[in-house]
Write a protein that binds this ligand. Sequence first.
Ligand SMILES: Nc1ncnc2c1ncn2[C@@H]1O[C@H](COP(=O)(O)OP(=O)(O)OP(=O)(O)O)[C@@H](O)[C@H]1O
Ligand SMILES: [Mg+2]
Length: 262
Amino acid sequence: MDVAVQAEGLRKSFGSTKALDGLDLTVPHGTILGLLGPNGAGKTTAVRILTTLLIPDAGRAFVAGVDVLADPTKARRLIGLTGQFAALDDYLTGRENLIMFGRLYHLSRAEAKRRADQLLERFDLTDAAGRLAKTYSGGMRRRLDIAASLIARPPVLFLDEPTTGLDPRSRLGMWEVMEGLVRDGTTMLLTTQYLRGSRPIGRLDRGHRRRPCHSRGNVERPQGSGRRHSPRAGRRVRRGGGPCGRDHAEGRRRHGADPGRS
Ligand SMILES: Nc1ncnc2c1ncn2[C@@H]1O[C@H](COP(=O)(O)OP(=O)(O)OP(=O)(O)O)[C@@H](O)[C@H]1O
Ligand SMILES: [Mg+2]
């Protein structure tokens, strides 16, 4: 198995608060892993450690085989991150924001503009490209923020609550974009608080991974959508059961399977 992200025994406490208490996870290359957990479960802490922003008290973490603690600079070249809260400049337009991020990643001016225009189109923001980010709706800001994390085409992408605050239509649109990224070879680890309709997820609760296991995903459409994914080329769809049981299922999907739409 070609592993893109691996965590072994991650522990992190803030004073007397145990945010992570021995987290293990593995994300194979070209798949999505969703981490599901309530407020305070430790999701953001896990993402911050995996993206070199926080040092754990114990444990190890690797991105594409690079030890994020031993070689954070190298690890940063391999990852994109969209944090839980947007990192945009409100007084730049959407397009200017993306160009700025491109330049920060050392793209040439021409390449940064080209990439910005590609991403604006991909995230359905072309019409709003010339407006200041502060005039964007919450969903538009979220899309722009995720676009910014993709500017340098990172092979591994971390998304902290990418669909929180989006309306159902925007959420579905976001999942489609994420599926497209995975089809193009990006590996993704995302966090979410949405249980409804979610299945293929590692659950975090007070720093513990609930029933860690490596079963295949139990993949389904959002509740109420009236249909399940039909297996089609490249999709692996499994229902319930499995060694993790329905409520504690972890799943991953390769090329277009669903990480638990919310
Ligand atoms: N810098 C910090 N200082 C003190 N406590 C912290 C810090 N960061 C996180 N914590 C605590 O660690 C625990 C896990 O927080 P974390 O932000 O990882 O949770 P989360 O699963 O991302 O929650 P949410 O769904 O609300 O975003 C919480 O109890 C939180 O208060
Ligand atoms: Mg969080």
